[in-house]
Design a protein around this ligand. Structure first.
Ligand code: GDP
Ligand code: MG
Length: 446
């Protein structure tokens, strides 16, 4: 399940595993499953994973000291690019720069949230952009639809153009455009009828509406809870209409946002807004980077990666690299410096705090606290040594160990354990001489 998968990712993140071609495959499998679990449509997942694989097996990831982090960063970046396209990292604005009235046509299935979004947009345009807004309903099929639009329009203080169920949608829309022009409205939002499923007659009708009023924005409204099905709906509307943008609604539910990726993939159009509540202030500008995090269920994982990269003291690392390269030994001073460096990354439990809940549970908060305590004790032990002992650890025999243990307030076994860990690290450092170490340091710099 997701928790276990993420736990494995965390293990890699903590640097307990090096990324090889073999476990890159495994990581990619996790990414693939995470995307499927987020309800991204299968063809989109396949294409995305293929792209990531190319990058992951390239220099960017393999060969860096923390390949887990590097891979997460690549996934995050590529996912953001795929969701955001040209709009990566920034919001795609509405195009209202036309001779007034700028017309916004709403399209989407029944229940997608079109009428609600008209109200939300009217509010936003009035309050933030100081526009004079008129709304009209071309939904002549459901008796309550026109009244519903009137209610939300009045709630936000915009103007409403009345229509009746016996009129034709095209006639309603034309009359509204004419009214808006004569009354100096900046924006006219045209609400339309949806069907429960994709329906030929509905597509023909909205196509005719579009041709009649030539809107500057044609927004496809889609329920994020549709998940995998979003891809088919998006395809049908994209074929029938020249869409200019997407509104993804109901993101306040437990949808994981996979629909964003599918819809973006099919239409190639930017997601301009997201609906985050039934209330009329529940509309937000769309941020591709946040959506990428949501899809991966990674919480603040990018911040974690950045912290780790910032926390590494590049100068100290370089000094150590130079020393080892010249054949110098890795002594306890160096070992202590490494411990300090880990602390400067904010400590293990701070790093863990940045991870989403399912990660935290999997990694086991208690274990982290334990590991951190141990790190502090090891530092305490080294602090209780003389400078000579730190520089030449082989001096440390039984009597010195007893003295150090008393000084640090620990048992002798713990001194032994610390020395064993140091030996292990020293062995690693010996193997990392020359080019390998330089490579490793580059990896640390990120
Ligand atoms: P339409 O048939 O496309 O016009 O959809 P409506 O605007 O009538 O919305 C259908 C239902 O979805 C209503 O109950 C809305 O309150 C609800 N809804 C719309 N947008 C959102 C949203 O962003 N979040 C939540 N939770 N509910 C929404
Ligand atoms: Mg409606």
């Amino acid at each position: 399940n997701l928790t276990q998968r993420m736990a494995r990712v965390v293990k890699t993140l903590r640097g307990e595993a090096r990324l090889t071609e073999a476990n890159t495959q495994e990581m990619l499998r996790e990414v693939r499953l995470a995307l499927l679990e987020a309800d991204v449509a299968l063809p989109v997942v396949r294409e995305f994973v293929a792209k990531i694989k190319e990058k992951a097996l390239g220099e960017e990831v393999v060969g860096s000291l923390s390949p887990g982090q590097a891979l997460v960063a690549v996934v995050q970046r590529e996912l953001t690019a795929m969701i955001g396209g040209d709009y990566e990292g920034k919001a795609a604005e509405l195009n209202l720069a036309v001779a007034p009235p700028a017309i916004i046509l709403m399209a989407g299935l029944q229940g997608a949230g079109k009428t609600t979004t008209v109200g939300k947009l009217a509010k936003l345009l009035r309050e933030k952009y100081k526009k004079k807004v008129l709304t009209v309903s071309a939904d002549v099929y459901r008796p309550a639809a026109i009244a519903q639009l009137q209610t939300v329009t009045e709630q936000v203080g915009a103007d409403f153009f009345p229509s009746t169920p016996d009129q034709k949608p095209v006639d309603i829309a034309r009359a509204a455009v004419d009214w808006a022009r004569r009354h100096y409205h900046d924006v006219l939002i045209v609400d339309t009828a949806g069907r429960l499923g994709i329906d030929e007659a509905m597509m023909i009708e909205i196509g005719a509406l579009h041709a009649a009023i030539n809107p500057s924005e044609t927004l496809f409204v889609v329920d994020a809870m549709l998940g995998q099905d979003a891809i088919n709906t998006a395809k049908a509307f994209n074929d029938a209409l020249p869409l200019t943008g997407v509104v993804l609604t109901k993101l306040d539910g437990d949808s994981r946002g996979g629909a964003a990726l599918s819809v973006r993939h099919v239409t190639g159009r930017p997601i301009k807004f997201v609906g985050v509540g039934e209330k009329l202030d529940g509309l937000e500008v769309f941020h591709p980077d946040r959506m990428a995090s949501r899809i991966l269920g990674m919480g603040d994982i990018l911040a974690l990666v950045e912290d780790a990269q910032r926390g590494v003291d590049v100068k100290a690392a370089q000094k150590l690299a130079d020393k080892v390269k010249k054949g110098g030994d890795f002594d306890l001073n160096d070992f202590r410096a490494q411990l300090t460096q880990m602390k400067s990354m904010g400590g293990l439990s701070t790093m863990l705090d940045k991870l989403p809940a399912q990660f935290q549970a999997a990694a086991g908060k208690a274990d982290m606290g334990q590991a951190e305590k141990q790190m502090r004790r090891m530092e305490g032990i080294i602090n209780s040594m003389t400078p000579g002992e730190r520089a030449k650890p082989e001096l440390i025999k039984a009597s010195r160990k007893r003295r150090i243990a008393v000084g640090a307030g620990v048992q002798v076994q713990e001194v032994n354990r610390m020395l064993a860990q140091y030996d292990q690290m020293r062995g690693m450092m010996k193997k990392l001489k020359g080019g390998n170490l330089a490579k490793m340091m580059r990896g640390m710099k990120g």
